[in-house]
Design a protein around this ligand. Structure first.
Ligand code: HEM
Ligand code: NAG
Ligand code: NAG
Ligand code: NAG
Length: 321
């Protein structure tokens, strides 16, 4: 392409100016194919050993990607540690005492830096590791678009305001996803990530003690591990999918139809509203769920990435260079 234009004098200059003016270059699946062909296997082997050690870690990594992308885009802003002069996102309400897996991301970064130093962003590592986690736990596979760069900023208020709380109703869930360019359909499909992982008592207490759109026996079972008043039991854990919290399949939706969603927000997806039919369709067809989940993950991964010369490739995912 460049050779064809090179005799033209002014044309290549205009082309360069046009490229420089585009604010966001596109992500692509082949971005590292010549600069770091070893990235996929380096990421995958660390994710595999982390999950071998602790199955829940796959869920925790998937959630890191979500909480990163919903705050100023998929730019690894979530990974920045607080310092005396810098407020990151880790202490924001949805994250504090809840998000985990940062040591695994550090281990992946070290493995990747060994094969191609200074090339692969922490934001792309999160995207690849989330896909690998889903695959290892039995879910669908897809090609991850890469080419993101890492932020030099974070947003504590963005983390508090953009990430939906588990008290949200359907309308608020829908609007918080819409604010990120994701549809209600994407929201319902992406929520299927709650087929893996655990939640703390503080996040499901009101639903299991005080709400009526929940199976009675299931509510009592969850009450037994979660004291009714806040205090020492706040961090007691229960599986988001009561059947198989370390296997990625469509049981999450099956639970919702039998009123066994753990979070208030989960049960909102099947509560007599506009999303009931989509939930039912995923109970009938796991492959429909998998296809829509992949579409949703790719769309979520496209939320305002830093590309080109914006941002940086961090040396250490926990701090800017
Ligand atoms: C639809 C709105 C959503 C709400 C309200 C929500 C809320 C929550 C809450 C409250 C927890 C438990 C945290 C704790 O108790 O410490 C949780 C866990 C989790 N969430 Fe979500 N979430 C939502 C969407 C998503 C999406 C889109 C994904 C990924 C695609 C996701 C992946 C996960 C995973 C995998 C866990 C378990 C993490 C672990 O075990 O470490 N969630 N979520
Ligand atoms: C984060 O959680 C810790 C431990 O529960 C708590 O002491 C601290 O105040 C919380 N930080 C913020 C900013 O809420
Ligand atoms: C839902 O959104 C409305 C309007 O922004 C807000 O007033 C309300 O507190 C939200 N409710 C929940 C449970 O998030
Ligand atoms: C249930 O609701 C009552 C009345 O609003 C409230 O006093 C109580 O704290 C709630 N309990 C839980 C576990 O949320």
């Amino acid at each position: 392409m460049a050779a064809r234009c090179s005799g033209g004098g002014i044309a290549p200059v205009l082309l360069l100016l046009a490229l420089a003016g585009t604010s966001s270059a596109q992500l692509s699946t082949g971005f590292y194919s010549s600069s770091c062909p070893g990235v996929s296997s380096a990421v995958k082997s660390v994710v595999q050993s982390a999950i071998d050690k602790e199955k829940r870690m796959g869920a925790s990594i998937v959630r890191l990607f979500f909480h990163d992308c919903f705050v100023q885009g998929c730019d690894a802003s979530l990974l920045l540690d607080d310092t005396p002069s810098f407020q990151g996102e880790k202490m924001a309400t949805p994250n504090n005492g809840s998000v985990r897996g940062f040591e695994v991301i550090d281990a992946i970064k070290s493995a990747v830096e060994k094969v191609c130093p200074g090339v692969v962003s922490c934001a792309d590592i999160l995207a690849i590791a989330a896909r690998d986690s889903v695959v290892i736990l039995g879910g669908p596979n897809w090609n991850v678009k890469v080419g993101r760069r890492d932020s030099t900023t974070a947003s504590f208020s963005g983390a508090n305001n953009n990430i939906p709380p588990p008290t949200s109703g359907l309308a608020n869930l829908t609007s918080l996803f819409a604010a990120q360019g994701l549809s209600q359909k994407d929201m319902v499909a992406l929520s299927g990530a709650h087929t893996i992982g655990l939640a703390r008592c503080t996040n499901f207490r009101a639903h299991v003690y005080n709400e009526t759109n929940i199976d009675g026996a299931f509510a009592r079972t969850r009450q037994s591990g979660c004291p009714s008043t806040s205090g020492t039991g706040d961090n007691n854990l229960a599986p988001l999918d009561l059947q198989t919290p370390t296997v990625f399949e469509n049981n999450y939706y099956r639970n919702l139809v039998s009123k066994k969603g753990l979070l208030h927000s989960d049960q909102e997806l099947f509560n007599g509203g506009a999303t009931d039919a989509q939930v039912q369709s995923y109970v009938s067809s796991q492959s429909a769920f998998f296809a829509d989940f992949v579409t949703g993950m790719i769309k979520m991964g496209d939320i305002t990435p830093l590309t080109g010369s914006n941002g940086e490739i961090r040396k250490n995912c926990r701090r800017m260079n």
